[in-house]
Design a protein around this ligand. Structure first.
Ligand SMILES: *Cc1c(COP(=O)(O)O)cnc(C)c1O
Length: 401
């Protein structure tokens, strides 16, 4: 038996994974060992500029000091107690989220998929027999069976049927199609106010407001999956505020706890009461460590004016890549909402990610041809410019398919 030691080389780490870790992810052959802000280092001492820290979870960058301190304090005080008790920090966290959104009540869990499962169950319970939920093509709601069925992308369903009954899909942005799917058994509409995995798709004007009207007319719950867009990503606390359309239910995870695992569902109080004792639970949900990290994350964003900073950074990225689009026909469209940035290419984006990695810039490609950047809100302007230069250079010199 061996025990964990100081960091292994990248190749040795890859060997460990080959033997002992299930290969369900495509991983770069790099062992990352340390992070600070928007920089991260591998075992060989290479430094990377991270435009995709933690797949969107590290909205304040790596190891944000105020979050680190809060977690360190909490872990030495009370690590975990079950939800059969009250915990002041969970209550305070819920209050902070509620006051920054639509005055709802919280249910806490540990991930985005779990938050959406809670939303699906809540919608059915609230529906009292109505069970159908409308979702949208290109969406992403997580990998558990319910959340996966809500995810209308066939590639994620392969080999897993039969899926959960009662989900209907409309094309994203198509209000007419969604309207046609509503019947007497529909209880809710679940939608990302901006699609993330689907390629940073910003809905057409009036779409979300139209869904709100549709829900009001038929007594459906409007549920926004803000797992990726929430907590300041778009320059607003929550993306729904950008569009001025309020949901009845909202799900959060990813950046919620500044890099610590955590998820939440917020619901209007009259809706949330449908989750009665015994109907739903998450053992680790809202644990003191996640709560302290969640509170600290909100505090940093507020204290450092990062919502405004995210907007400014977004404008900087938009200017840069719209400028590049004017001179480079490989860029089809640039879609930006705060520090949520999609650059749609006319060609496959895998080579861009690979070339950026070799130049020590971490970016993501989603939906085949959309370069997705989810940089930290506290990325410096110098870091933004440094990374944009590299990415622009890589795109400019792409071989033409
Ligand atoms: C990432 C994501 C999820 C799933 O979150 P997990 O924490 O991986 O379960 C759900 N919805 C959206 C919009 C996401 O971006």
């Amino acid at each position: 038996m061996t025990t964990a030691t100081a960091s292994l080389s990248s190749p040795d780490t890859v060997e460990l994974f080959k033997k002992y870790v299930i290969g369900n992810y495509n991983r770069y052959p790099v062992n990352l060992v340390r992070g600070e802000g928007s920089l991260v280092w591998d075992a060989e001492g290479n430094r990377y500029l991270d435009f995709f820290p933690g797949w969107g979870c590290n909205l304040l960058g790596h190891c944000p000091p105020h979050v680190v301190q809060a977690v360190q304090e909490q872990v030495a005080t009370l690590i975990h107690v079950p939800n059969t008790w009250h915990m002041d920090v969970q209550g305070q966290w819920a209050q902070m989220l509620s006051e920054r959104s639509f005055g709802g009540q919280a249910f806490f869990c540990n991930s985005g998929a779990e938050a959406n499962e809670a939303a699906i169950k809540l919608a059915r319970l609230h529906g009292q027999g109505k069970y159908k939920i409308i979702t949208f093509t290109g969406g992403f709601h997580g990998r558990t069976l319910g959340a996966l069925t809500a995810t209308a992308q066939p590639k994620y369903h392969e080999g897993l049927g039969p899926l959960v009954a009662g989900f209907l899909y409309a094309p994203y942005g198509d209000l007419g199609a969604a309207t046609k799917l509503v019947d007497d058994e529909t209880c809710a509409i679940l939608v990302e106010p901006i699609q993330g995995e689907g390629g940073v798709q910003i809905p057409p004007a009036g779409f979300l407001a139209g869904l709100r009207k549709l829900c009001d007319k038929h007594g459906l719950l409007l549920m926004f999956d803000e797992v990726q867009t929430g907590c300041g990503r778009t320059g607003h606390w929550f993306a729904y505020q950008k569009f001025g359309v309020e949901p009845d239910v909202m799900t959060l995870a990813k950046a919620l706890c500044g890099g610590i695992a955590g998820g939440a569902l917020l619901a209007r109080p009259d809706v949330g009461k449908s989750l009665r004792p015994g109907m739903h639970a998450a053992t680790f949900g809202g644990n003191p460590i996640a709560a302290r990290a969640g509170i600290a994350t909100l505090e940093v964003i507020e204290r450092e004016g990062l919502l405004e900073q995210a907007k400014l950074l977004g404008e900087r990225f938009a200017k840069k890549f719209k400028g590049l689009q004017a001179e480079c026909d490989l860029i089809r469209e640039v879609r930006v909402a705060g520090v949520m940035i999609g650059i749609e290419l006319a060609v496959d984006g895998a080579a861009v990610v690979k070339d950026c990695l070799s130049r020590k810039l971490l970016v993501n490609c989603t939906h085949g041809n959309v370069i997705r950047l989810l940089p930290a809100m506290n990325l410096t302007e110098e870091q933004a410019d440094e990374g944009c230069e590299i990415l622009a250079d890589v795109i400019r010199t792409l071989p033409r398919g």
